[in-house]
Design a binder for this molecule. Structure first.
Ligand code: PBG
Length: 322
């Protein structure tokens, strides 16, 4: 086997998978106001940005050849149902417009979920049992997705894990003539400990009060299940998802492969906050080399079958490869 490993050019010739900036989407957290750049303690190197700074950042990302951005918003105010999620002047809606003006080639994806906007931190409306009410939540998600499409988002990415939301969002978008707005479904989203730093960044951790459930296990998937993940992805494709996503990434590459083999749509993977912070912490301690560990991780996600990778390493990775 070593004959085909002898020189760099032979290795290049027989390489089966590649990863480049065109495969990557960079997540961002948008805050209200102007001139704001707030470092996130648990995610070294990642800052919350106001709309104006996000627009400047977007121009750089376009220059680096990245495929796009995924936007999360931190609203001025939260309430029980998360009504600021569909505010046409909310941070996400304004950022979409500003990015489209500053970097027209970037694909702009918005995260559609209620958890950053609700006082209790759950991904929808709380029903009488203290859990999220599925069907009541669908209407709020539709309003939010429509507001993102109206701002000019190329794709909306529902991350709430309510049943039936892809079909409902597709119908709602079409009804408002947003037939070109794609849906990237977080199809197999697991109830994962690896979202820890994100909840800090987005101020979206569930706030139990004795009645309200303390975690998201009533809607996000059990990490033990793989067949169920395939079922979720197949259902979302049937409901009209253009792209399906598996999340988290590295601990779930078996799921990426199984979903890849089960559906005909492109498959995305989300290399989540905890995976990012783990690697950054190890690199900061000198335990491993950041650049090669990032490159290897992203390549592994492509090898598992992901066409698209959502990753906080995107900008760094693209700049290292300039
Ligand atoms: C919102 C949402 C979460 C993430 C993406 N969308 C958090 C959660 O479900 O608690 C996690 C992203 C990350 O950890 O990087 N529902």
């Amino acid at each position: 086997m070593r004959r085909l490993r002898t020189t760099r050019s032979i290795r290049d010739l027989v390489r089966e998978n590649e990863v480049g900036p065109a495969n990557l989407i960079a997540p961002y957290f948008i805050v209200p106001g102007a001139g704001k750049r707030e470092p996130i303690a648990s995610m070294p190197g990642i800052d919350r940005l106001s709309v104006d700074l996000m627009a400047q950042e977007a121009a750089q990302l376009q220059e680096l050849g990245l495929a796009g951005v995924l936007l999360f918003g931190l609203p001025e105010e939260k309430d029980e149902i998360g009504s600021s999620a569909w505010d046409p002047d909310g941070p996400v809606q304004l950022a979409v417009q500003a990015i489209k003006a500053a970097a027209p080639e970037l694909t702009v994806v918005t995260d559609v979920c209620m958890c950053e906007y609700t006082t209790h931190g759950h991904c929808g409306v709380i029903g009488p049992r203290g859990d999220v009410d599925n069907d009541e939540t669908l209407d709020l998600l539709s309003r939010t997705a429509i507001s993102h499409a109206a701002a000019g988002a190329d794709a909306v990415a529902p991350s709430d894990m309510m049943d039936g939301r892809v079909g409902v969002l597709r119908a709602a978008l079409d009804e408002e003539d947003f037939t070109d707005t794609a849906i990237i479904a977080y199809s197999a989203k697991f109830a994962s400990a690896f979202y820890g730093p994100f909840r800090d960044a987005a101020d979206s951790a569930p706030q139990p009060d004795g009645h309200i459930k303390e975690d998201r296990r009533g809607y996000q998937m059990d990490p033990a299940n793989a067949r169920e993940a395939v079922r979720e992805a197949v259902l979302d494709v049937e409901e009209g998802a253009d792209i399906v996503m598996v999340k988290p990434g590295l601990p779930y590459l078996d799921i990426v492969r199984q979903v890849r083999d089960a559906v005909p749509t492109p498959v995305a993977v989300y290399n989540v906050s905890g995976e990012y912070s783990m690697l950054k912490a190890a690199a900061a301690s000198g335990y491993l080399d950041e650049r090669s560990a990032v490159a290897e991780s992203l390549l592994a996600m492509r090898r598992a079958g992901a066409d698209i990778i959502f990753t906080y390493h995107a900008k760094d990775f693209a700049s290292w490869n300039q």
